[in-house]
Design a protein around this ligand. Structure first.
Ligand code: GCU
Length: 666
């Protein structure tokens, strides 16, 4: 296929050929953004659109709050929820708020784009949580920590530097999937970024905040806990010191004077060499509450990260288990945090590995607000070179039964506020976006950004539905069979990636520092607390009662399942147990044979992906074909490297032959 329909996003694209003739829209709501969104995106689906402000007999789509449209709201609605209903050939997009109208309008656009008839669209949607956030790890020099899609869209050469049009497009992409909060700078706040909260920077930030706020997205900043010292104004950052408290209060007041809609702070404290309250013998509650008190008069929040562990561990020390750290630090502080503090808990106890159990801290806090933190940027899942669609992973996390209040207390129930209604809960994630023209480096990695928003809005959506919607709205002109093939590629990709990387939940084995590619012992004798303890007899980390007793952080029924080798799921076996290579899995294979088989299979699967892609060449736009081929070939090289290094390593330490006698380098 020659004509390029290479789309840069899931919203209707310029190049899309309108299939429907004309449309009359009545905007009862005054919100400017609605007009812009209709003119930009609905316009691309129709030959002609007309917009009026008052309802006439010609109005076909009417967008307004219940009050503005004199429509009744007969059911209980969240402020940012929406209804789309049809009456007498008119389609109403209704909500209690303008924000809800924006989500409703985007939903209508998506449905039309997916081929639904206007008259058939009938939905009621309420988001499952009010916190649907994204965190950028952008540095002001323009680099992005763990970024794989070019440079920052916000910063360059230590300055704010952005293309307002592009930011607006970005804000549209985010609002179209319901994202409502964003932090724009790295949680590791270095010297230059510390100054973001000073007067001159705030004035520049105001314009950026305004672009986002037009789309009801609130701007947050990551701050340096030691700012009073680093900005040269105080000798201490002790949270109980009166001068420190006053300093933050004044600073915060100045922020709100310039940016009235400012959201608040993200704080990485006492973590990976970042300063924090431990320096002064204070707790994380002391630190977070001090900042919370400065933000409270303005309605701001502190997102306080729980990624606190000893990154200077002695590998010889077998008594410390990094997996225990978040729970050990924060569970005992439950109930001590102010109402506007929100803890931020990584989805697993370690660090965004391809497979981890759910963090036991989720569900364990009963009187503290918190969000789960996912990683959309693929630091440990292929770095946007390898294909890894993450919805299956996140859906599994969200569907996990914590049993915190008996059977059926899933993570998504908890995060939706159904279990402890008095606390605020929600979702955040480290984003995968940079200034690459397709936003995410690997074009298919857009599906992770899109899917994250969809899941944050509705955690019960299936990974397949999301993949299907993404493929259909991103590639409207590609034929059905090819769309199905892309969907299949996405759906398989997580397991494929898992197959050729670290086995059975043990994690790590990545090259140190940048974390791409295999290095079985890269972190084995390091201070980071990330070990697999392989020796000639076996592999895995004993986190049962006989080991670090990490299992005990879960509720009893969950702990029992993990504690017992015979009930522990295969895919997490080595996370919880140190076992001999000859240990039999539920699958019937021994651990060593599983290692060999999954690594050979992983490479084969990538080869099959490439073949399927090649067979569709004629049906794909050239640029898309080339782009994905290039990525898949690089992925194949990576997969082979993993296969050979892992298989050789385990053959050498175990001395056990592959039952199928395949090529293992000796
Ligand atoms: C990982 C990652 C770091 C990041 C950290 C965090 O360790 O490699 O780059 O700063 O997570 O979440 O704070």
């Amino acid at each position: 296929m020659n004509a390029s329909t290479f789309t840069t996003c899931w919203l209707p694209n310029d190049k899309q050929v309108p299939t429907i003739s004309s449309l009359h829209i009545t905007l009862c709501s005054q919100a400017k953004v609605l007009e812009r969104v209709c003119l930009t995106y609905l316009n691309r689906l129709y030959n002609k659109i007309e917009i009026s402000r008052t309802m006439t007999s010609q109005s076909e789509i009417i967008i307004g709050t219940f009050n503005e449209t004199n429509q009744e709201c007969q059911i209980e609605m969240e402020l940012d929820g929406f209804i789309i209903r049809n009456e007498q050939r008119k389609t109403y997009v209704l909500s209690l708020s303008e924000q809800g109208l924006l989500y409703g309008t985007f939903h209508l656009i998506e449905q039309l784009q997916l081929g639904s008839k206007r008259e058939d669209i009938s939905v009621v949607q309420n988001p499952s949580t009010h916190i649907r956030m994204l965190n950028h790890w952008d540095n002001m020099d323009g680099t992005i920590e763990r970024g794989y899609a070019g440079r920052s869209i916000f910063f360059d050469q230590d300055e704010l530097s952005y293309d307002a049009k592009r930011i607006q497009q970005y804000a549209d992409l985010l609002a179209s999937v319901g994202i409502n909060k964003i932090s724009i700078n790295n949680v590791n706040v270095h010297r230059v970024e510390t100054k973001l909260i000073t007067e001159s920077k705030l004035r520049e930030l105001k314009e950026l905040a305004d672009i986002f706020s037009e789309n009801y997205i609130t701007l947050y900043l990551s701050i340096n806990y030691a700012s009073p010292i680093e900005l040269g104004e105080l000798q201490t950052a002790d949270p109980l010191d009166d001068e420190v408290k006053t300093w933050w209060k004044q600073q915060t007041k100045r922020i709100y004077q310039t940016i009235p809609g400012f959201g608040g702070f993200i704080v990485k404290a006492d973590s990976e060499h970042r300063p924090g309250p431990f320096t002064y013998g204070r707790t994380h509650a002391d630190g977070a509450n001090m900042l919370a008190k400065a933000l409270a008069p303005f309605g701001g929040n502190v997102f306080w990260r729980c990624f606190v562990y000893d990154c200077l561990q002695d590998w010889r020390d077998r008594t410390t288990d990094r997996a225990r750290a978040a729970f050990d630090h924060f569970q005992k502080l439950d109930g001590e945090f102010d109402d506007n503090v929100i803890l931020q808990i990584k989805n697993g106890p370690m660090d965004f590995q391809v497979r981890e159990p759910v963090s036991p801290l989720i569900g364990a806090l009963k009187a503290t607000n918190y969000v789960i933190e996912f990683q959309v940027t693929q630091e440990y899942t292929g770095q946007q070179i390898d294909l890894c669609y993450l919805m299956p992973q996140w859906s599994e996390v969200l569907a996990f039964d914590t049993q915190i209040k008996g059977e059926g207390t899933t993570v998504s129930d908890i995060l939706s506020g159904n279990v402890y209604p008095s606390i605020q809960t929600g979702i955040t994630a480290v984003v995968n976006v940079g200034n690459d023209s397709n936003w995410t480096g690997h074009e298919f990695a857009q599906a992770n950004l899109y899917g994250y928003g969809r899941l944050a809005w509705n955690p019960r959506l299936t990974a397949r539905t999301i993949a299907n919607d993404w493929v259909n709205s991103t590639y409207p002109s590609v034929n059905e069979e090819v769309k199905q093939m892309i969907e299949k590629m996405l759906m398989e990709s997580w397991v494929v990636y898992e197959n050729y990387t670290a086995p059975l939940g043990v994690g790590w084995m990545v090259k140190t520092g940048h974390h791409y590619g295999p290095d079985v012992n890269g972190y084995e004798y390091s201070p980071w607390g990330t070990y697999h303890f392989s020796d000639r007899d076996g592999i895995g980390v004993d986190r049962t009662k006989s080991g670090s007793n990490y299992v005990n952080q879960y509720t009893e029924p969950v702990a029992e399942v993990y504690e017992d080798m015979t009930t522990c799921p295969d895919e997490l076996l080595l996370f919880f147990h140190h076992v001999p290579y000859t240990h039999k899995l539920h699958s019937g294979k021994t651990v060593i044979q599983h290692i060999y088989d999954s690594h050979f299979e992983g490479v084969k699967q990538v080869e099959r992906l490439i073949l399927a892609w090649q067979q569709s060449k004629d049906e794909l736009p050239d640029d898309l074909y080339e782009h994905i081929s290039h990525k898949l070939n690089a992925q194949l090289e990576n997969a082979k490297e993993w296969r050979d290094k892992v298989n050789t390593y385990y053959y050498r330490v175990s001395g056990i032959h592959d039952q199928h006698d395949r090529k293992i380098y000796r």
